[in-house]
Write a protein of this length. Structure first.
Length: 120
């Protein structure tokens, strides 16, 4: 199984052989695809960050402590593989590739555990 990342507006460019899996707290209206909420930011501190003008380093620390540090990369990959039936997956969120987004943090975390992750 290969792992990719992308954003909702780019799904039209994702090959049909790759299974999109949303990793955000809320999905666009009409989304009928798969969701993997363990990688989603926690709404309470996401809202605090969004409304409070806190910087990206605060967000990164919160995401690391409350999400990534609670997970095992090998278990995450196993769960994603089960969800996709072993097919390649694209972890999906909202931000464009050049925007700050937790999917980039999740990708870096998986890469640091030895997995290859590419942006589509």
């Amino acid at each position: 199984m290969k792992i990719y990342t992308t954003y909702f507006a780019n799904l039209r460019n994702v090959p049909e052989t790759i299974i999109p899996i949303a990793i955000c707290g809320n999905v666009p209206q009409g989304w009928g695809g798969l969701r993997y909420s363990p990688l989603a930011p926690k709404y309470s501190w996401w809202k605090e960050w969004k409304d409070g003008g806190l910087d990206e380093s605060w967000y990164i620390e919160k995401y690391q402590e409350t999400v990534l540090d609670q997970l095992n990369p090998k278990s995450v990959i196993k769960e994603l593989s089960l969800m996709s039936g072993g097919k390649d997956v694209a972890l999906v969120c909202y931000e464009k590739p050049d925007g700050f987004c937790h999917r980039h943090l999740a990708a870096a975390w998986l890469k640091s555990a030895g997995y290859n992750v590419e942006e589509i």
